[in-house]
Design a protein around this ligand. Structure first.
Ligand code: FMN
Length: 151
Protein backbone atom coordinates (compact mmCIF):
# COMPACT_ATOMS: atom_id res chain seq x y z
CA UNK A 1 0.00 0.00 0.00
CA UNK A 2 1.25 3.47 -0.85
CA UNK A 3 2.44 5.48 2.13
CA UNK A 4 2.13 9.23 2.43
CA UNK A 5 4.87 11.64 3.41
CA UNK A 6 3.41 15.02 4.30
CA UNK A 7 5.65 18.08 4.07
CA UNK A 8 4.19 20.84 6.23
CA UNK A 9 6.10 24.02 5.55
CA UNK A 10 6.10 27.78 5.94
CA UNK A 11 8.07 29.20 3.05
CA UNK A 12 8.19 33.01 3.13
CA UNK A 13 11.45 33.67 1.24
CA UNK A 14 13.66 32.43 -1.61
CA UNK A 15 16.14 30.88 0.86
CA UNK A 16 13.38 28.89 2.52
CA UNK A 17 12.07 27.96 -0.94
CA UNK A 18 15.48 26.58 -1.90
CA UNK A 19 15.47 24.38 1.20
CA UNK A 20 11.90 23.25 0.54
CA UNK A 21 12.65 22.32 -3.06
CA UNK A 22 15.70 20.29 -2.02
CA UNK A 23 13.61 18.42 0.58
CA UNK A 24 10.97 17.65 -2.07
CA UNK A 25 13.64 16.51 -4.54
CA UNK A 26 15.09 14.10 -1.98
CA UNK A 27 11.70 12.79 -0.92
CA UNK A 28 10.63 12.19 -4.52
CA UNK A 29 13.85 10.53 -5.66
CA UNK A 30 12.94 7.76 -8.15
CA UNK A 31 14.75 5.18 -5.98
CA UNK A 32 12.10 5.69 -3.30
CA UNK A 33 9.10 3.61 -4.24
CA UNK A 34 5.62 3.37 -2.80
CA UNK A 35 5.70 6.78 -1.12
CA UNK A 36 3.46 9.62 -2.19
CA UNK A 37 4.78 13.04 -1.23
CA UNK A 38 2.16 15.64 -0.33
CA UNK A 39 3.22 19.25 0.24
CA UNK A 40 1.08 21.63 2.21
CA UNK A 41 1.66 25.20 3.30
CA UNK A 42 1.35 25.17 7.08
CA UNK A 43 -1.53 27.66 7.04
CA UNK A 44 -3.60 25.41 4.77
CA UNK A 45 -2.92 21.87 6.01
CA UNK A 46 -5.96 20.22 7.55
CA UNK A 47 -6.05 18.02 10.66
CA UNK A 48 -7.37 15.18 8.45
CA UNK A 49 -4.33 15.44 6.17
CA UNK A 50 -2.11 15.36 9.24
CA UNK A 51 -3.95 12.27 10.52
CA UNK A 52 -3.83 10.43 7.21
CA UNK A 53 -0.09 10.85 6.63
CA UNK A 54 2.41 8.15 7.59
CA UNK A 55 5.40 10.44 8.14
CA UNK A 56 6.20 14.14 8.17
CA UNK A 57 8.75 16.75 7.22
CA UNK A 58 8.29 20.07 9.00
CA UNK A 59 9.94 23.22 7.66
CA UNK A 60 9.91 26.73 9.09
CA UNK A 61 11.93 29.86 9.69
CA UNK A 62 12.70 30.87 13.26
CA UNK A 63 10.34 33.73 14.02
CA UNK A 64 10.62 35.59 17.33
CA UNK A 65 12.81 32.76 18.57
CA UNK A 66 10.21 30.08 17.95
CA UNK A 67 8.59 28.21 15.06
CA UNK A 68 6.55 30.37 12.69
CA UNK A 69 2.99 31.14 13.67
CA UNK A 70 1.99 29.23 10.56
CA UNK A 71 3.52 25.95 11.74
CA UNK A 72 2.27 26.60 15.25
CA UNK A 73 -1.22 27.04 13.78
CA UNK A 74 -0.96 23.68 11.99
CA UNK A 75 -0.39 22.00 15.36
CA UNK A 76 -2.80 24.23 17.27
CA UNK A 77 -5.62 22.93 15.12
CA UNK A 78 -4.55 19.28 14.93
CA UNK A 79 -2.67 18.37 18.13
CA UNK A 80 -5.49 16.73 20.03
CA UNK A 81 -6.78 14.93 16.94
CA UNK A 82 -3.29 13.53 16.36
CA UNK A 83 -2.66 12.58 19.96
CA UNK A 84 -2.58 8.80 20.45
CA UNK A 85 -3.38 8.21 16.76
CA UNK A 86 -0.01 9.03 15.22
CA UNK A 87 2.42 7.65 17.80
CA UNK A 88 5.65 6.23 16.39
CA UNK A 89 5.50 8.02 13.06
CA UNK A 90 8.82 9.33 11.68
CA UNK A 91 9.51 13.00 11.10
CA UNK A 92 12.26 15.39 10.08
CA UNK A 93 12.67 19.14 10.60
CA UNK A 94 14.44 21.91 8.73
CA UNK A 95 14.85 25.42 10.08
CA UNK A 96 16.00 28.70 8.60
CA UNK A 97 17.20 31.62 10.72
CA UNK A 98 20.10 33.23 12.53
CA UNK A 99 18.97 33.62 16.11
CA UNK A 100 16.42 31.63 18.02
CA UNK A 101 16.57 28.44 16.02
CA UNK A 102 17.18 26.63 19.34
CA UNK A 103 13.80 27.91 20.53
CA UNK A 104 12.18 26.63 17.36
CA UNK A 105 13.91 23.28 17.80
CA UNK A 106 12.75 23.12 21.43
CA UNK A 107 9.21 23.94 20.35
CA UNK A 108 9.12 21.12 17.81
CA UNK A 109 10.78 18.75 20.30
CA UNK A 110 7.99 19.47 22.78
CA UNK A 111 5.20 18.97 20.26
CA UNK A 112 6.64 15.81 18.71
CA UNK A 113 7.57 14.29 22.06
CA UNK A 114 3.97 14.83 23.16
CA UNK A 115 2.72 13.14 20.00
CA UNK A 116 5.23 10.31 20.25
CA UNK A 117 6.71 10.98 16.81
CA UNK A 118 10.18 9.64 16.15
CA UNK A 119 12.92 11.90 14.78
CA UNK A 120 14.20 10.04 11.71
CA UNK A 121 17.09 12.36 10.86
CA UNK A 122 19.07 15.22 12.41
CA UNK A 123 17.48 18.65 12.08
CA UNK A 124 18.93 20.83 9.31
CA UNK A 125 19.52 24.44 10.34
CA UNK A 126 20.51 27.04 7.75
CA UNK A 127 21.10 30.77 7.96
CA UNK A 128 21.49 33.10 5.01
CA UNK A 129 21.84 31.69 1.56
CA UNK A 130 21.93 27.88 1.68
CA UNK A 131 25.33 26.52 0.69
CA UNK A 132 25.72 23.50 -1.55
CA UNK A 133 26.20 21.40 1.61
CA UNK A 134 23.03 22.87 3.12
CA UNK A 135 21.05 22.00 0.00
CA UNK A 136 22.45 18.46 0.11
CA UNK A 137 21.52 18.16 3.78
CA UNK A 138 17.95 19.18 2.91
CA UNK A 139 17.86 16.65 0.08
CA UNK A 140 19.07 13.95 2.48
CA UNK A 141 16.48 14.95 5.07
CA UNK A 142 13.64 14.49 2.58
CA UNK A 143 15.07 11.24 1.22
CA UNK A 144 15.71 9.79 4.69
CA UNK A 145 12.20 10.34 6.02
CA UNK A 146 10.66 9.08 2.76
CA UNK A 147 12.90 5.99 2.75
CA UNK A 148 11.69 5.16 6.28
CA UNK A 149 8.21 4.73 4.85
CA UNK A 150 9.24 2.21 2.18
CA UNK A 151 8.11 -1.32 2.91
C1 FMN B 1 7.86 38.15 12.61
C2 FMN B 1 9.22 37.67 12.27
C3 FMN B 1 10.07 37.29 13.29
C4 FMN B 1 11.36 36.86 13.01
N1 FMN B 1 12.16 36.45 14.03
C5 FMN B 1 13.39 35.95 13.77
C6 FMN B 1 14.21 35.41 14.80
O1 FMN B 1 13.85 35.36 15.97
N2 FMN B 1 15.42 34.91 14.46
C7 FMN B 1 15.87 34.93 13.18
O2 FMN B 1 16.98 34.48 12.95
N3 FMN B 1 15.11 35.42 12.18
C8 FMN B 1 13.89 35.91 12.43
N4 FMN B 1 13.09 36.36 11.40
C9 FMN B 1 13.59 36.27 10.06
C10 FMN B 1 13.17 34.97 9.43
O3 FMN B 1 13.65 33.87 10.17
C11 FMN B 1 13.71 34.95 8.00
O4 FMN B 1 12.92 35.82 7.25
C12 FMN B 1 13.65 33.58 7.38
O5 FMN B 1 14.55 32.72 8.03
C13 FMN B 1 14.01 33.64 5.93
O6 FMN B 1 15.29 34.17 5.79
P1 FMN B 1 15.70 34.94 4.48
O7 FMN B 1 14.84 36.14 4.42
O8 FMN B 1 17.16 35.23 4.64
O9 FMN B 1 15.47 34.01 3.34
C14 FMN B 1 11.81 36.81 11.66
C15 FMN B 1 10.91 37.16 10.64
C16 FMN B 1 9.65 37.57 10.93
C17 FMN B 1 8.69 37.91 9.81
Amino acid sequence: MTKTLLIVHHTPSPHCQEMFEAVVAGATDPEIEGVEVVRRAALTVSPVEMLEADGYVLGTPANLGYISGALKHAFDQSYYQLLDSTRGRPFGLYLHGNEGTEGAQRGVDGITTGLGWVKAVDTVVVSGKPTKADVEACWNLGATVAAQLME
